[in-house]
Design a protein around this ligand. Structure first.
Ligand SMILES: [Mn+2]
Length: 265
């Protein structure tokens, strides 16, 4: 009842930048100076890609897991969708140097994508379980949240629940080929940018899964717009308002931002 008027925030790809994340959350008063949740009944959604490319991936996961408990205790909520880098790390852990059948192996693939040895070494059973239960898709107040600006999700189900269940099954099984295929698809991007068809693809995607808007990360805004990462301080709305990119490109040196999804200021 009261819940509906509570603010909802979204944070894009953190990629191991713990200090940056702490600063951003402090600035919007979701955490205090000792980094404890002070957001009350607010909701905070992450867009995945906590790990790789940066120094403290698992420390970021630890912070988010702790904030999730603290927020829940306060009547709030912290949640995240699954990013491809969570899957890359899980695959490196689960399959190691097993061949991917494409002349490579899971460790090499993860390293090529910015894998940080420290992250792999500090993984505990609790991390593994937590990461593997992240849903690839979420519906949040008329917004469809997903990590990647890609349409492959459709292959895994025709509803959010179906897609999430299919991913969950796959993430709890050791079918290397299925993981490999999903990792390939999860690396795709840009499905909704296309000047002529982007808007149409976004609309059809929303028609299938529901929602008024797609919120995603995965592709740094600076890379799409050809801007300096440092200058990106707000989400990029495109495809005639159907899509919102919230990847501030923190790993490229961007300051990042916390996007208030609702109520709209
Ligand atoms: Mn990504």
């Amino acid at each position: 009842m009261q819940q509906e008027t509570q603010p909802i925030y979204v944070v894009g790809d953190v990629h191991g930048q713990l200090k940056r994340l702490e600063k951003l959350l402090e600035e919007v008063h979701l955490i205090d100076h000792k980094h404890h949740w002070c957001g009350g009944q607010s909701t905070l959604w992450f867009m995945g890609d906590f790990v790789d490319r940066g120094p403290d991936g698992i420390a970021v996961v630890d912070l988010v897991m702790r904030l999730q408990k603290e927020a829940t205790a306060a009547g709030g909520m912290v949640a995240s969708v699954l990013g491809n880098h969570e899957m890359l790390l899980l695959a490196a852990y689960r399959f190691g140097r097993r061949s991917t059948g494409l002349g490579s192996n899971f460790i090499s693939r993860w390293k090529m994508n910015g894998g940080n040895r420290k992250d792999l070494a500090s993984l505990t059973q609790t991390h593994l379980e937590w990461l593997a239960q992240l849903p690839p898709m979420a519906f949040v107040e008329d917004h469809l949240l997903l990590h990647a600006d890609a349409t492959f999700y459709i292959k895994y189900g025709r509803t959010i629940d179906e897609v999430n269940a299919t991913f969950s099954k796959l993430l709890h099984r050791s079918d290397a080929l299925a993981w490999e295929e999903l990792l390939e698809e999860f690396a795709r991007r840009g499905a909704f940018y296309h000047a002529l068809e982007g808007e149409d693809i976004a609309r059809r995607f929303l028609n299938i899964f529901g929602g008024r808007r797609i919120i995603h990360g995965h592709t740094p805004i600076s890379a799409v717009l050809g801007e300096q990462p440092k200058k990106v301080t707000a989400p990029w709305v495109y495809a005639n308002g159907l899509c919102v990119n919230v990847d501030g490109g923190i790993f490229l040196g961007g300051p990042g931002f916390v996007h208030r999804l609702s109520p709209v200021a």
